[in-house]
Design a protein around this ligand. Structure first.
Ligand code: BGC
Length: 385
């Protein structure tokens, strides 16, 4: 019902922006109004459609992917992303559904780091008796701002580019950061995300997307039966506060070993310190061959529908978060289809640099300096078998 009213609204207000001139069926980008923020800013949603009928809806609030229609083994499309059908829920109770997170995706210990001899203090927005951290950019990260946007079509690929300027001192970070994120839905059924940024002062940066997937379809059951493979022989163990210890540990012989396909639910309650600290899976895996450009990071297979998602990235790591806090944080989240999202009904695979890198000298650097360009691409490909 909720889905239908959202769709009807989009169709009613949608304006055809761009369509590719090539081929029988065209890739299209349409735009509609998604809502208005509590501060009165109008938020638009861009619908990218490829020639195979797949579509992705991206809204300007948080540069958020709000819907992604992917085929099962019979060609049946379903929305594989958790999310809301209204802006107020995104503003008030989203656990980062589908958005771009930054300036620094994941945690920075105690909300502080030292760069070029100067110590910076960031918001500590993730704290309880065990945890004391800056998470996903702070109180008002890039997930909570309205980005500027423009549709774009290249060949058969339908896209949208979003811009945002993060001012010097934003959430405590140094330097003015100019960002551009481009989403494309390609002819090859890929959602590609290209991140680009420049700065006028040295700053840490670690952008990622925080989509929650359920390949059965949003609102349908839990994710325990999905099979995950990660191209990673190592991971970064964490302490009880989910801050990396600095160690790069082998996955072999632990519940962190996804080098061959394993059901997510097989070991997510295992008697293992790392699983206890995360309340399940909530860790960064160190991708093999990460320094050789675009690499295959992993794959998720959902056996009842046959849906497969393959992830490729230029990033050195991937955070696999198993939706452990979807229900336990006391917030009731009713999703797009009217179903309440329960524990572990969605998972995230966030391509990234390792958490807390600004405080971890042996991790790859996340510092962007004036004159340099932050440029990184991640691709999620949808198919079925
Ligand atoms: C983190 C989790 C956090 C979640 C917030 C994930 O990226 O790894 O620890 O609770 O984001 O929704």
């Amino acid at each position: 019902m909720r889905n239908k009213s959202l769709l009807a609204g989009l169709l009613a207000t949608g304006v055809l922006c761009l369509s590719s001139a090539l081929g029988a069926t065209k890739a299209t980008v349409t735009v509609a109004t998604f809502g208005e923020t509590q501060d009165g800013e109008v938020v638009h949603v861009y619908t990218l459609k490829n020639r195979n009928g797949l579509s992705a809806d991206i809204m300007t609030y948080g540069a958020t992917v709000v819907r992604l229609m992917a085929p099962d083994r019979h060609g049946q499309l379903a929305d594989v992303l958790l999310g809301f059908d209204n802006l107020a829920d995104y503003e008030n109770k989203s656990p980062y559904f589908g958005c771009v997170v930054g300036r620094y995706g994941n945690r920075i210990a105690d909300g502080t780091f030292t760069l070029d001899g100067k110590t910076y203090t960031l918001a500590v927005n993730n704290a309880d008796e065990n945890v004391n951290a800056h998470l996903h950019g702070g109180n008002k990260g890039f997930d909570k701002v309205v980005w500027r946007a423009k549709p774009v079509i290249t060949g058969h690929d339908a896209g949208v580019t979003l811009w945002h300027t993060s001012p010097d001192g934003d959430e405590g970070y140094p330097g003015t950061l100019e960002m551009k994120v481009t989403y494309f839905l390609t002819d090859n059924n890929e959602l590609s995300i290209h991140y680009h940024a420049t700065t006028d002062q040295a700053t840490p940066i670690n952008l990622t997307n925080h989509m929650y997937f359920n390949l059965q379809g949003e609102g349908i059951g839990d994710i325990n039966g999905h099979f995950l493979t990660l191209n990673a022989d190592h991971y970064t163990p964490v302490d009880i506060g989910l801050i990396p210890t600095g160690e790069i540990a082998p996955v072999a012989g632990t519940p962190m070993d996804f080098t061959t396909p394993r059901a997510i639910g097989e070991r997510n309650n295992a008697d293992h310190d790392q699983i206890r600290f995360g309340g399940g899976y909530d860790h960064n895996w160190v991708l093999n061959q990460a320094d050789s450009g675009m690499t295959e990071a992993g794959e998720v297979y959902e056996p009842t529908t046959g849906r497969v998602m393959t992830i490729m990235t230029e990033e050195p790591g991937i955070q696999f978060y198993g939706g452990n806090f979807l229900e336990v944080d006391g917030v009731v989240r009713v999703g797009k289809s009217g179903v309440t999202y329960r524990h572990r009904t969605g998972f995230c695979l966030e391509t990234q640099h390792y958490p807390d890198s600004p405080n971890q000298p042996n991790f790859p650097s996340t510092i962007l300096r004036p004159g340099e360009t932050y440029d990184t691409t991640t691709v999620y490909r949808f198919w079925a078998r």
